[in-house]
Design a protein around this ligand. Structure first.
Ligand SMILES: [Zn+2]
Length: 221
C-alpha cells in the first residue's frame, strides 16, 4: 500500500485572465438552464420551451433507459457475476476493480465480495489524493480482504503536464488522469491474465461534460 501526503503538493500557480474564456453573448445571447447550471458557454446546448437544457433531457432519457433495461432483465447482475467468476477460474483474480476511495467504487468492492468475486483493487494516485480517500481505500481493502495495487505517478512530471494543459487552455484537464487510470487498469489486467475490468460510475451525476469541452480519451481502432 502506498500513500502520499499531498497537502504540500498544490501547484503554486497564478493564471492570467487571458486563460479564462467567456461565452459569446453578442451573437447568440445568454441563457442558463432552469434545472441545472449549464448555460450557453456550451456552444452545442439547446433548450426546450420550459427552459430546460439538452443535457438535462439526455440525462433523463438515459436514466429511464437504464431502469427499463434493469426491469426487463436485460441487465442481470447475477448472470454478470457468474460470467466474471467463470472467466477467473484457475487464476488468482476474477476481475480488476478500479478504486478511488469514493462511494461508487467502495460500494462496488463490497458488492464484489458479497457475490464471491475475487477482485484485485487498483488505484491510481496522481498526487491529488485526499487523505480521506486514501484512508477509505485502506479500510475497504482491509475489511473486505482484497489485494490492492496502487500506482503512484511521478509528481513532477504529472504537475508539468497538468500545467501545460492549463496554459494551453485545454478545458478537459482530467484527460491526463483518465488516460492514466485506464492504462494502469489494463496493465494490471494483462499482468494477471484477467479478462474483466470493473468500475463504479454514477449515472445520475457523471458523464455530463459537453462534447465541445472534452476530447476523446480512447484510441479508436
Ligand atoms: Zn439542464
Amino acid at each position: 500500500m502506498t500513500t502520499v501526503a499531498n497537502a504540500k503538493m498544490s501547484p503554486d500557480v497564478t493564471i492570467s485572465d487571458d486563460f479564462y474564456w467567456s461565452p459569446d453573448t453578442t451573437t447568440h445571447g445568454y441563457q442558463i438552464c432552469t434545472s441545472c447550471v449549464m448555460d450557453t458557454t456550451d456552444p452545442e446546448i439547446s433548450f426546450d420551451e420550459s427552459g430546460q437544457c439538452s443535457h438535462c433531457a439526455k440525462k433523463k432519457r438515459n436514466l429511464k433507459n437504464l431502469s427499463e433495461r434493469q426491469a426487463s432483465g436485460e441487465l442481470n447482475l447475477d448472470e454478470l457475476f457468474a460470467t466474471v467468476k467463470k472467466a477467473g477460474k484457475g487464476r488468482k483474480y476474477d476481475a480488476i476493480l478500479g478504486v478511488s476511495g469514493g462511494v461508487d467504487s467502495s460500494y462496488l468492492a463490497y458488492m464484489m465480495k458479497e457475490n464471491g468475486i475475487r477482485p484485485l483493487a487498483v488505484h491510481l494516485d496522481n498526487g491529488w489524493d485526499s487523505e480521506l480517500a486514501v484512508k477509505n481505500i485502506q479500510q475497504i481493502v482491509q475489511l473486505l480482504d482484497i489485494d490492492l495495487y496502487t500506482h503512484v505517478i511521478d509528481w513532477e512530471e504529472f504537475r508539468d503536464l497538468q500545467l501545460s494543459f492549463v496554459k494551453a487552455s485545454v478545458i478537459d484537464i482530467e484527460l491526463l488522469t483518465d488516460l492514466a487510470i485506464y492504462a494502469v487498469l489494463y496493465q494490471q489486467a494483462i499482468k494477471h491474465g484477467v479478462k474483466y475490468l470493473i468500475m463504479g460510475f454514477n449515472h445520475a451525476t457523471e458523464g455530463n461534460m459537453p462534447r465541445a469541452w472534452t476530447h476523446s480519451k480512447f484510441r479508436r481502432r
